[in-house]
Design a protein around this ligand. Structure first.
Ligand code: DGY
Length: 305
């Protein structure tokens, strides 16, 4: 059971040990707070901001993504929003590579097979997957995590394509192509853009149909960037070969169709979940709060997008 605890006279901090804070508890707990430390399971909208009242000065998200926060509503009330960039870049890129390897080399499927104790013998066509070396990785969102993923993938001999966007402008180390071309040419497409109104369902039926039938989709960004029903159809019909998903459109529930598919590897939104990273995220969120309450500049403010 989640707990909200008062850390000071008016600072509310979120303890994420037990899942999302029930809405009523959240609304009650924030009254009179001057700062909130929250995680992505909390929807921070006008109702919550108003429940906190005029004393609220900062909402510190323990995540780099801020799609759980109504930035315009915070901005309108003069409330600073902060996030935790940088400290989780390497961890998230690590998990991305883990999912990429798992789907290309069918590691989870192979593990389940061995556990099933079915008789087997080495054979040239047994559990054959796809090579990484010489294949093309398309990165949608060439920001910090996209670039960290590209660095890893290059070490595996992959060629990199990136979609246009803030991180890709002027990048000399990557071939930047428009999304339709990236989808057409990539053997693996990995998503690293933020979720907002422009990227919601960026990958739908048409985009999936345009990918190679042998391609895989990896998503460690936000579930709703992909139309999950369309993805299930694409995987069922063989429009694409496989998917590795750490995030889901309606968390915590993946589309039931995904659960039945052997060509899908699923993890429960654990991109940043290594001990050092989680500690660094918590420390950064608290440092943001302290900076604002002391009247200074936050380390990582989030502007209106
Ligand atoms: C983020 O930071 O946005 C991740 O999804 C959670 O670590």
């Amino acid at each position: 059971m989640e707990r909200l605890s008062m850390l000071g006279p008016s600072v509310v901090s979120y303890d994420d040990s037990g899942g999302p804070t029930p809405r009523g508890l959240l609304l009650d707990s924030v009254r009179g707070a001057c700062a909130m430390v929250v995680s992505l399971t909390e929807r921070i909208d006008a109702e919550v901001l108003d429940a906190a009242g005029p004393s609220l000065r900062v909402v510190a998200n323990v995540a780099v993504g801020t799609d759980n926060i109504d930035l315009a509503a915070a901005h309108a009330r003069g409330v600073i929003v902060t996030n935790t960039p940088d400290v989780l870049t390497e961890a998230t890129a690590d998990l991305t590579m883990g999912l990429l390897l798992a789907v290309q080399r069918r590691i989870v499927e192979a593990d389940a097979f061995v556990r099933s104790q079915e008789p087997w013998a080495w054979a040239p066509d047994f559990f054959v997957g796809e090579a990484l070396a010489g294949s093309t990785l398309g990165i949608v969102g060439y920001g910090r995590i996209g670039r960290a993923t590209a660095r890893r993938a290059r070490a595996f001999g992959m060629r990199i394509l990136a979609s246009p966007g803030r991180g890709a402008y002027g990048a000399k180390d990557v071939n930047v192509v428009e999304l339709p071309e990236l989808l057409r040419r990539s053997d693996v497409v990995s998503l690293h853009c933020p979720l907002n109104e422009r990227t919601r369902h960026l990958i739908g039926a048409r985009e999936l149909e345009s990918m190679k039938r042998s391609a895989a989709l990896v998503n460690t960004a936000r579930g709703a960037i992909v139309d999950e029903s369309a993805l299930v159809r694409a995987l069922e019909t063989g429009a694409i070969r496989a998917a590795g998903l750490d995030v889901f459109e309606h968390e915590p529930d993946p589309h039931p169709g995904l659960l039945k598919l052997a060509n899908v590897v699923l993890t429960p939104h654990v991109g940043s979940a290594d001990a050092a990273t989680r500690r660094a995220m918590a420390e950064m969120a608290v440092a943001n709060v302290v900076a604002v309450l002391r009247g200074g500049d936050p380390l990582s403010p989030v502007g209106l997008r």
